[in-house]
Structures are given as structure tokens and as C-alpha cells.
Design a protein around this ligand. Structure first.
Ligand code: MD3
Ligand code: FE
Length: 216
């Protein structure tokens, strides 16, 4: 698909461009941080964090869970979205309204109108956990942006190009930062360097990252 068919709009104030269609909104989620953390406590009782296995047979160092109509999963058979948690057989927990609104408002701030996520993947990192360079391409429609919210320990985000071998920029992401990726940046390789142990007052030696997607 030719993503140049989806040029990006001009973002509003308080955003820092890290690519032609990618923006960091520093501290955008700070007012919601405590409510987000409380909501995770509730979600993980119904759909616990777990270390999934990649198709290559490795356990991911970040643990994950999902909320929303669709949840991202991986096992030996591959990567995909499912309506039910493979661990419990139950539907993924509904996406709390506050999550949907936060993602919508962040997308609007970055110039993407009408973003309505149907999937929220929640990654939990402890010291030393990482995510190697990859593309997110299990979603049906690449025209919608992805919104990510970082909480807890800081991380260094790797923002690469359209080939795995392209040099990646290193972007620090702190508690409360929100990033919006769309248009030609939607399929760029990205990852997270191994986390250093810098305990956070709210989350201790953990980092939580929410990514909101339109998957279906
Ligand atoms: C850039 N998560 O869950 S933020 C992932 O911090 C993932 O947990 C990282 O990569 C994390 O897939 C990075 C999210 C992110 C998501 C999609 C992107 C960054 C992206 C798509 C294109 C470019
Ligand atoms: Fe990703």
C-alpha cells in the first residue's frame, strides 16, 4: 500500500515532530496517570499480564495484556488479533471510556481527526526488558494512526526507517508522554532499548506502555 496517499495534517500546539507524521506530546497523559494505573489493576485481574511466545519460539521480555474488542497475541503459529484472550477463553476486557477518550484527544492534538481505537495493547516492562526492531502490520487499515502512552520508568524508544537496517533515532520517553504515529511513519521499524532500573514513584521498577490501534 502507498502510504503517501495519507498525508498528515498539521498538528496543533505542544507537539514535537519526530517524523513527517509522528509527534510526541510531552506529558499529555500526566493528568490521567493515576486513573490509568488504577484501571490496569482492574484489567489485569480479568486478563493477566503474560510473556507471550514469538513465532520463532522466544518468550517476549515484556509481558502484555489487552483491552478493547480486539487484542494482539502471538504464539508459535504467528501474530494476530483475537476477540478472546487465548489464556482464559474470555473476551478481552472492554476498553475503559477514559482510555478511548485519551487516545482520541491525543490523535486530534496531533492532527488525526476521528480516531476510534478498537484495540489497546498494554506492555509491561521490568528492568532489562526490551523490544527488538519490528513493524506493526497486523492491523487491517494502515490509514489510522497508532497512539502510545508511556507510564512509569523512562525508556529509550528506537525510531527506525522502512528497512530494518536503516539507522534508528533514539527518543527518550518519560512518564506521561504520548506519541502519535500515522501516515508515512505508520510502518516504520521501531523498538525499545533494554530498560535501566530507575524506579518510578507510581510504578516502581516498571514501565507500562499502552498502544491504541484501529485493528479491525
Ligand atoms: C512507531 N511498543 O507494542 S511504543 C508495540 O514502548 C510497540 O511498548 C513499544 O512497539 C513500547 O508494538 C513502542 C508504540 C509504537 C507502536 C506502533 C508504532 C510505536 C510505533 C508504529 C509505527 C511507528
Ligand atoms: Fe510496535
Amino acid at each position: 500500500m502507498n502510504l503517501d496517499l495519507f498525508p498528515c495534517e498539521s498538528p496543533t500546539a505542544h507537539s514535537e515532530a519526530i517524523g513527517p507524521c509522528a509527534y510526541v506530546l510531552r506529558g499529555f497523559a500526566l493528568p490521567n496517570a493515576e486513573v490509568l494505573v488504577a484501571a490496569i489493576g482492574e484489567l489485569e485481574r480479568r486478563a493477566p499480564f503474560r510473556h507471550m511466545t514469538t513465532p520463532g519460539g522466544f518468550a517476549m521480555s515484556a509481558a502484555l495484556t489487552n483491552c478493547g474488542r480486539l487484542g494482539w497475541t502471538t504464539d508459535r503459529r504467528g501474530y494476530r488479533y483475537t476477540t478472546n484472550d487465548p489464556e482464559t477463553g474470555l473476551p478481552w476486557p472492554a476498553m475503559p471510556e477514559m482510555f478511548t477518550r485519551l487516545a482520541h484527544d491525543a490523535a486530534t492534538q496531533a492532527g488525526f481527526a476521528d480516531f476510534t481505537p478498537d484495540a489497546c495493547l498494554i506492555n509491561r516492562y521490568e528492568s532489562g526488558a526490551r523490544m527488538s526492531l519490528h513493524q506493526d502490520k497486523n492491523e487491517r487499515d494502515f490509514a489510522a494512526p497508532i497512539v502510545s502512552v508511556s507510564l512509569g520508568m523512562p525508556a529509550i524508544f528506537l525510531f527506525g526507517g522502512h528497512a530494518r537496517s536503516d539507522k534508528a533515532a533514539r527518543i527518550p520517553l518519560l512518564h506521561g508522554d504520548v506519541v502519535v504515529w500515522g501516515g508515512e511513519d505508520r510502518l516504520r521499524y521501531h523498538g525499545v532499548l533494554p530498560l535501566k532500573d530507575k524506579p518510578h514513584p507510581l510504578l516502581g521498577s516498571r514501565r507500562i506502555n499502552f498502544t491504541f490501534r484501529k485493528a479491525g
